[in-house]
Design a protein around this ligand. Sequence first.
Ligand SMILES: O=C(CO)COP(=O)(O)O
Length: 254
Amino acid sequence: MARTFFVGGNWKCNGTSDDVKKIVGVLNGAEVPPEDVVEVVVSPPYVFLPLVKSLLRSDFGVAAQNCWVRKGGAFTGEISVEMLVNLNIPWVILGHSERRLLLNESNEFVGDKVAYALSQGLKVIACVGETLEQRESGSTMAVVAAQTKAIAERVLNWDNIVLAYEPVWAIGTGKVATPAQAQEVHTELRKWLHENTGPEVAASVRIIYGGSVNGKNCKELAAQPDVDGFLVGGASLKPEFIDIIASSTVKNNN
Ligand SMILES: O=C(CO)COP(=O)(O)O
């Protein structure tokens, strides 16, 4: 089954409005493969969402980097799903390891957020991934399965979910997973989805890789059969993001 390649740019907590305008200018001027080959979504900090939404080319999507777990209300400092819907922001990144680890977001909390965001019509980039310690102790698959299970227990329809495998040890470290390491976990995740959510979900859900993806290593990673795209951090703030988008064409012979 054809899974459209997906390239997300997670800008994290970076930049000024001038930086944002510059990045969007580069994206708007870029020649990229058509939408049936690659879906591109960029994720600026909350405060720049309206600016990016107003300036960005219409064939690229926009994602928030987080949202509140339930309907908005007396939750100082939070941004609700309803607000994102109101601003026509179609996507949200949830469960990023920086939030799981630095802000103590549990698997259950992330699962609740995914379910609520989907219920209100948002599409979700749900992140899973193990720490170096967990990898070295041989628990990679147990960790990502538990993270995925907390989502699967709360969600019936996976049509609007992209699953991002982001090994924590590869994030912002310049230490990229080898194509074989990425493929191995993606295959296992697809197997897990097959057993726990059924063959259709397993065949159609896009599993993307994140962790030190750049313009040089993207092609070899993209060539792996179960790597359906990328979630890019640092390199999404640079012109090489265009090269990463272009790596989608390695799937063209599928
Ligand atoms: O966390 C990431 C994307 O969400 C990856 O970040 P880097 O590409 O900077 O390693």
